[in-house]
Design a protein. Structure first.
Length: 309
C-alpha cells in the first residue's frame, strides 16, 4: 500500500488530479479581473468572455488592455470596460476602485490575479516592499473598497490567485520591508502569499453574515510573464530551464472559470484550491491568531478601518 505524502507535499498529488469543467454556458454577471493582459489573466479574460458577462479588466498597460478588451468583445462578452492602474501603489488602487464604482453598482465576481516575483528588493514610492504591496496589499485594499457592490450580489465570489509558493513563508510583520533580513525572491513571494491567505481567514469571518465568499487557488505551474522584470541571469534560467517544463495557461483559466461559475464552489468559503482540487494550506498560513494580526496590520498599512463583524 502506497504511503500518503506528508501534508506539506500534498500539492504534488493535487497537481495530478483532473480539473473540473465549468457547467454553465452563460454567466451574464459582472466580473472584475486584475492583471488581465498577459499569462493567466489574459487567457482567463477570454475564457470568461465566452460566457457573455460584463467584464471589467484592470491592467497597467493601456495599449495591451485595449487589445484584450477588443478580443473579449469578439469572444462574446456582453460589455467590456477597462480600468488602468498600477496596483503596487495603494493610491492607484483607490483610484481603480472609484473607477470601478463609476462603472457598476454590483459585482458578482472579483478575481485578484495581478502579481509579481522579484529577485531584488524594491520599495514603492509609498514605502512598501513592492512584491508585498502588489501581491497582498492591493488585493486586500481593493476588496475592502468594493465591499458594497459585492454585497449587492446574491452570490459574490472573491477569488485570490495565490500560490503553492506560500509554503516558502518569509512573513515577518516586524520586518515587512526586509530591512533586517537578507532578501530572497522566494521568501518575499512566500510572505506575500502567506499574508493573503491569513487575511482571507479573518476577512471571511467578517463577511460570514453576507453573501460574499472569499477563496484562493493555486493556478498550477504554467507559462506566464511573472518574474520577467528580474535580471538577465534569472530570465535566461527561466527561459531554458523553467518555462519548458510548464503547462499552457489555458489550463489555469479553465480552473478559474470553473471555480467562479460552478455552483458547487459558491457554497464554500475560506477554501484553497490547487486548480479545482481542495487542498490544505501550510500550517503557518492557517493560524487564526496570526490571521487577526495580519488583517489588522494590513488595514494599518492601507489606511482603512477593519470591517465590522
Amino acid at each position: 500500500m502506497m504511503k500518503s505524502l506528508p501534508e506539506q507535499l500534498n500539492f504534488l498529488n493535487s497537481a495530478k488530479q483532473p480539473i473540473l469543467k465549468r457547467e454553465v454556458q452563460e454567466f451574464k454577471r459582472c466580473i472584475v479581473l486584475t492583471g488581465a493582459t498577459s499569462g493567466i489573466g489574459y487567457t482567463s479574460a477570454l475564457e470568461l468572455a465566452s460566457l457573455k458577462p460584463h467584464l471589467i479588466l484592470v491592467a497597467r498597460n493601456p495599449e495591451k488592455a485595449s487589445s484584450v478588451a477588443k478580443q473579449c468583445r469578439e469572444a462574446g462578452a456582453s460589455q467590456v470596460d477597462v480600468v488602468i492602474a498600477n496596483l503596487s501603489l495603494m493610491s492607484e488602487v483607490r483610484d481603480c476602485a472609484q473607477n470601478i464604482l463609476n462603472l457598476t453598482s454590483k459585482i458578482d465576481v472579483l478575481i485578484h490575479n495581478a502579481g509579481m516575483h522579484s529577485t531584488k528588493r524594491h520599495l514603492t514610492r509609498e514605502g512598501l516592499e513592492e512584491v508585498f504591496a502588489l501581491n497582498h496589499c492591493a488585493s486586500f485594499l481593493l476588496t475592502h473598497l468594493l465591499i458594497e457592490p459585492l454585497r449587492q450580489s446574491d452570490h459574490a465570489h472573491v477569488l485570490m490567485i495565490n500560490s503553492e509558493g506560500h509554503r516558502f513563508n518569509g512573513l515577518n510583520l516586524n520586518d515587512l520591508n526586509w530591512k533586517k533580513r537578507i532578501y530572497t525572491g522566494l521568501r518575499s513571494y512566500g510572505a506575500s502569499k502567506t499574508a493573503q491567505l491569513l487575511s482571507m481567514i479573518e476577512l471571511n469571518k467578517r463577511l460570514e453574515k453576507t453573501s460574499i465568499i472569499v477563496n484562493a487557488m493555486h493556478p498550477g505551474d504554467v507559462k506566464t510573464n511573472i518574474g520577467q522584470n528580474n535580471g538577465l541571469v534569472y530570465r535566461l534560467f527561466s527561459k531554458f530551464f523553467i518555462l519548458p517544463n510548464l503547462k499552457d495557461p489555458h489550463t489555469s483559466s479553465d480552473a478559474i472559470a470553473t471555480i467562479v461559475t460552478n455552483p458547487t464552489f459558491s457554497r464554500v468559503r475560506n477554501a484553497f484550491y490547487h486548480y479545482t482540487t481542495l487542498e490544505v494550506v501550510a500550517q503557518h498560513a492557517r493560524d487564526e491568531s496570526k490571521a487577526l494580526e495580519v488583517y489588522n496590520k494590513t488595514c494599518e498599512l492601507c489606511h482603512i478601518k477593519p470591517l465590522e463583524i
